[in-house]
Design a protein around this ligand. Structure first.
Ligand code: WQD
Length: 333
């Protein structure tokens, strides 16, 4: 049976996607340099599914390494997660972000072409919508004017994929624009493990509830939103992972390039998230209002109907599920 290659598959989204693919009976190969993940994740994926993915420690920007992977395995599709993803870090280290994120994508795509591997699922981000229009964002909403180098790398790779799909019409390319992935697998065995001080809201909330952080800073309460704080489309990482399986199934039956929003279509404010987390888990989350964070927009949530119509996929888990599963992971990790 041919295998699905997950580059960066030991990471937060990748590991959850590996679980869903293995549970669906797919053969999975994970290639990951472990720069933002740990090899123990492979054992945990096996514990959850009863099946062990092939694991290769690899920098997939290295053409000889990726060539060796394709030469020694029958790979029918690639789900490409590998890349740096911290917005703030990308502002401080733009050259590293452009080099790493573009090199990994280009190296994998070039190798796929040499081996006539035709299915490519790309981990993109709603950040490509920038502040070009108002939420809800549909796949046809304008993109570009990204507010950070991380977002620009996603935007640039999307352009590379559009051109690749035009030149090679036999390929099937799905560009998945994630909104705000949060939560963790219900086992509490895999989840998000940010290096250092968390940039994102939910890991900061869970670490504050755990006493690791003193209090949460709420970045601005003067936005034109329901309660003045930022509104985002939070999606459970397991729903997101299932969206990748749906996109893979779609790509195996179609050709061409398609963009899909993977979001719930519902926006929640920072304060709504804090209050939900406290209620669901019966914990306190001390917070203080702080100045706006540069680059933040007021509202970002999805028009999610295209994935429902073409992929037969929609998010099923609610905010309480996300808060409960995130807290269980924080207590286990
Ligand atoms: C959410 C809301 C903040 C932290 C980014 C990337 C996106 C994706 C998800 C990778 C905002 C507020 C946050 C805090 C706060 N990443 N906040 N205090 O910025 O919407 O999206 O992460 O793919 O590409 O752009 O997510 O979790 O950082 O912020 O008040 O300590 O929480 O202002 O309104 P964001 P976030």
């Amino acid at each position: 049976m041919s295998a699905i290659l997950l580059t960066g598959g030991a990471g937060f989204i990748g590991s959850h996607t590996a679980v869903e693919l293995l549970n669906a009976g797919r053969e999975v190969i994970i290639a990951d340099d472990l720069s933002n993940s740990e090899v123990s994740v492979i054992d945990r994926i096996e514990t959850i599914t009863g099946k062990r993915p092939v694991f290769i420690k690899a920098d997939v920007a290295d053409a000889s390494v990726v060539e060796a992977i394709f030469a020694s395995h029958d790979i029918s599709a690639v789900v490409h997660f590998a890349g740096f993803k911290a917005v703030g870090e990308s502002v401080a280290k733009p050259l590293e972000y452009y080099r790493n994120n573009l090199d990994t994508a280009l190296t994998v795509l070039e190798t796929m072409r040499r081996h006539d591997c035709r299915h490519f699922i790309f981990s993109s981000s709603a950040t490509v919508y920038g502040d070009n229009s108002a939420a809800p964002f549909s796949e046809e909403s304008p993109t570009g004017n990204c507010t950070n180098p991380y977002g620009w790398t996603k935007y640039m790779i999307e352009q590379i994929l559009q051109g690749t799909g035009k030149a090679y019409p036999e390929m099937a390319i799905a560009i998945l624009r994630y909104f705000n992935p949060i939560g963790a697998h219900e086992s509490g065995l895999i989840g998000e493990k940010p290096n250092g001080i968390p940039n994102n809201l939910l890991p900061y909330i869970t670490q504050t509830a755990a006493g690791i952080r003193k209090q949460l800073s709420v970045f601005g309460n003067d936005y034109p939103t329901k309660d003045g704080t930022g509104v985002r489309d939070y999606i459970h990482v397991v729903d997101l992972a299932k969206g990748h399986l749906a996109a893979l199934n779609y790509a195996e039956k179609n050709t061409g390039v398609q963009v899909f929003n993977l979001g719930t279509g519902t926006g929640y404010s920072v304060l709504e998230m804090v209050e939900s987390f406290k209620r669901v888990n019966n914990v306190d989350v001390p917070y203080a209002i702080a100045p706006r964070r540069p680059g933040d927009i007021a509202e970002c949530y999805a028009e999610a109907k295209k994935a429902r119509e073409l992929l037969g996929w929609h998010a099923e888990k609610n905010l309480d599920d996300m808060c409960r599963d995130a807290w269980r992971w924080q207590q286990n990790c």
